[in-house]
Design a protein around this ligand. Structure first.
Ligand SMILES: Cc1ncc(COP(=O)(O)O)c(C=O)c1O
Length: 368
């Protein structure tokens, strides 16, 4: 069987180091906001080349707290792409008005013309999602944001280490938000998240918001949350951070092999990397004709694939309240029906990739 991700395979490679740091934390007895978190925050900020970072409980919390740290009110509008299911929840929790914008069919990222048309006087922020680990067109979005005086939040939950013009994503906007959900390019063995910024005011607000809104211990000055990454996860992430560049490079190499092997299949579109960008391929997402049949066929051959995501936000039951309807975001709707994530992880070998691509070829040959 070829899984979509192989977390245990990767764990086996680093098992000794991981077990040793977990024991260290357990023996020390400080499990919340200790040296591991402090050091991980420092090391991750250094890796990105940014001033401040705050470890949080999840990527969803990072988005919520990022928006809260900007002081947005319930009437303020925040724009996000219509196809990024997991992003929407943190934005909703921040209590702002969600405005969706359709995406470009080739990049799966914000359609720039539509973005500009959606901006009103109430729009205060735009969320850039570096979806599947591919940097969005930062120059264009940042210049639109500047023109309309919008805050920029980068959702980097899938893009740890991805670069645009030689600079890591998460460092372009006002705030960068990361998730350390286990399957992510940098994944914990539980939940975790982080906010990064060069803005001291946002940093200080975030620090307070992650701990009851406290200025000092037991001096809560604003309504805050309880959202902390724990010491064990931080210790694990410090180990895994040392491997991140190597793993990202391996996934890129395998993605290039996929592209080469799939190039000739007319029924398939492979992911595009925009100019000046170096993606980290959190996922290798193709667009495929007869997607559901293909998925079932591959499963019978022992190949597990994923769909990220089966519905655009406006058609998800819990977001019906936004008032959008079927047909409002046609590209996102089309993508939901066509996207398929193929197995990709640093340790997958070329033989397995060739097996996957041969089976995809066989499927379309049988169909025609
Ligand atoms: C693009 C994106 N944004 C936000 C999130 C939310 O992160 P978390 O699962 O850590 O809350 C995820 C993770 O699923 C994601 O992929």
């Amino acid at each position: 069987m070829i899984p979509l991700f192989d977390l245990t395979g990767q764990y086996k490679i680093i098992e000794k180091e991981i077990v040793s740091v977990i024991k260290k934390v357990l023996n020390k007895g400080q499990y919340i906001l200790g040296d591991e978190v402090k050091n991980f925050e420092k090391e991750f900020a250094k890796y990105l080349n940014i001033k401040y970072s705050v470890g949080l409980a999840s990527g969803t919390d990072a988005l919520k707290i990022a928006l809260k740290s900007l002081g947005l009110s319930p009437e303020d509008e925040v724009i996000l792409p219509a196809n990024v299911y997991p992003t929407a929840f943190g934005v909703r929790e921040a209590g702002v008005k969600i405005k969706l914008v359709d995406v470009n069919l080739d990049t799966y990222n914000l359609d720039l013309n539509l973005l500009e048309k959606t901006i009103t006087e109430k729009t205060k922020a735009v969320i850039i999602v570096h979806l599947y680990g591919q940097p969005a067109d930062l120059d264009s979005i940042l210049s639109i944001a500047k023109k309309y005086n919008l805050f920029v939040i980068e959702d980097c939950a899938q893009a740890h280490g991805a670069e645009y013009k030689g600079k890591k994503v998460g460092t372009f906007g006002d705030v960068g938000c990361f998730s350390f959900y286990p399957t992510k390019p940098l994944g914990a063995y539980g939940d975790g998240g982080m906010i990064v910024t060069n803005n001291k005011r946002i940093f200080e607000k975030t620090l307070a918001l992650r701990m009851y809104g406290e200025k000092k211990r037991y001096q809560s000055v604003t309504f805050g949350y309880n959202s902390r990454i724990d010491e064990i996860q931080a210790a694990i992430l410090r180990i895994k951070l040392k491997y991140l560049n190597r793993w990202n490079k391996e996934r890129r190499k395998k993605a290039i092999l996929y592209k080469k092997e799939l190039k000739k299949i007319r029924e398939i579109k492979v992911p595009l990397e925009i100019k000046h960008s170096e993606g980290v391929y959190h996922l290798f997402v193709i667009r495929a004709k007869k997607r559901n049949d293909l998925k079932r066929y591959l499963e019978k051959k022992g190949i597990i694939t994923g769909i990220h995501y089966p519905l655009p936000i406006h058609l998800v039951e819990s977001f019906r309240y936004l008032g959008y309807k079927n047909g409002d975001f046609p590209v996102s709707e089309k993508l939901s029906a066509e996207v398929l994530s193929l197995p990709l992880y640093a340790e997958i070998n070329s033989e397995k990739i060739k097996y996957v691509t041969e089976e995809i070829k066989s499927f379309y040959e049988e169909k025609t």
